[in-house]
Design a protein around this ligand. Structure first.
Ligand SMILES: Cc1cc2nc3c(=O)[nH]c(=O)nc-3n(C[C@H](O)[C@H](O)[C@H](O)COP(=O)(O)OP(=O)(O)OC[C@H]3O[C@@H](n4cnc5c(N)ncnc54)[C@H](O)[C@@H]3O)c2cc1C
Ligand code: FES
Length: 278
């Protein structure tokens, strides 16, 4: 019988430093058959573990439209993520999944897309963004608004320059605290509203970041005429099983691990405990 909790070993192919506490790991399943057949959707996550260190949900940041390796961007927060950030190329970590729902791109063909991320909220959106860029002609305008605490803490610094060059695409960056080389905007991500037109009439917004940021971003999106059902938010809750069995991620009748992590704002508004979410 198939054991859903059994993780699969994956070898680290390369490691990219993003900031002082965050790295992107490119991994490939040791089992070649699994590596070839593995599929996922943008917005999904996997449970990643190391023996004796624990297990945690981590978003898949690579894009399913780019076959080969899987990528995860991991910030050292606790026992497991600190241990993963000590690993070297060739080391093995353990994966099970993919889990959760996804950002559905089929339903938003032809529409303008706004991606708004804070800090480590960009990795899950990167999976969607690169899927969109791989089929650029299927979508309208793309705007990416991204904020981090400092310039060092911006993830994917080289890739941001590539995104900027796509047609009909705008990338706006901001930091809370600048350094001597920073020439861009300083302030929280909502201050970027003053730098660009935010027209939500026919647009979809995808948002990921800390709850306080999401709360203020949603307020601004509603003021900019985005419809509640067109605001897609990726939520991070404490999880254990990832399979809808343990109840750790439960919010008012919904399981973030299987009903989410992506919810529309209209869904979140209906939750009885919505004040604990945003
Ligand atoms: C769907 C999803 C996707 C995610 N994607 C990513 C990702 O792409 N990259 C990434 O770096 N992280 C991601 N995370 C967050 C990551 O899973 C957590 O940071 C995880 O707890 C790290 O595990 P750890 O053992 O290293 O740290 P932990 O020991 O879990 O500690 C991490 C921090 O959380 C606090 N904490 C732990 N448990 C609790 C609790 N029950 N209540 C309150 N505070 C607690 C600790 O004090 C510490 O500050 C994601 C989480 C979810 C739910
Ligand atoms: S993490 Fe166990 S039910 Fe969601």
């Amino acid at each position: 019988m198939k054991n859903e909790y059994l993780p699969h070993p994956a070898r680290i192919e390369s490691i990219q430093r993003e900031s002082f506490d965050t790295q992107t790991f490119k991994v490939i399943f040791v089992d070649e058959k699994l590596a070839k057949s593995f599929n996922y959707k943008p917005g999904q996550f996997m449970e990643i573990s190391l023996l004796g260190m624990g297990e945690a949900p981590i978003s898949i940041t690579s894009s399913p439209s780019r076959k080969g390796c899987l990528e995860f961007t991991i910030r050292a927060m606790g026992k497991l993520t600190r241990a993963i950030n000590q690993l070297k190329r060739g080391n093995v970590l353990y994966l099970r999944g993919p889990y959760g729902n996804s950002f559905s791109l089929e339903e938003v063909k032809g529409k303008d897309l706004y991606f708004i991320a804070g800090g480590i909220g960009l990795p899950p959106l990167r999976s969607v963004i690169n899927t969109v860029f791989d089929k650029r002609e299927n979508f309208g305008k793309v705007k990416i608004l991204y904020g981090a605490k400092t310039p060092d803490e911006l993830c994917f610094k080289e890739e941001l320059k590539v995104w900027q060059k796509f047609p009909n695409t705008e990338l706006l960056l901001t930091v809370d605290t600048q350094d001597k080389d920073w020439k861009g905007n300083v302030g929280v991500v909502t201050t970027l509203w003053e730098k660009t037109a935010m027209d939500g009439n026919q647009a979809i917004a995808c948002v990921c970041g800390p709850p306080i940021m999401i709360r203020f971003v949603v307020q601004k999106l509603l003021e900019s005429q985005f419809k509640e059902k067109n605001i897609h938010i990726s939520l991070e809750r404490y999880m254990k099983c990832g399979l809808g069995k343990c109840g750790h991620c439960n919010i008012g009748g919904k399981f973030v691990c299987i009903d989410g992590p992506v919810f529309t704002y209209s869904q979140i508004k209906e939750l009885p405990a919505k004040e604990h979410v945003l």
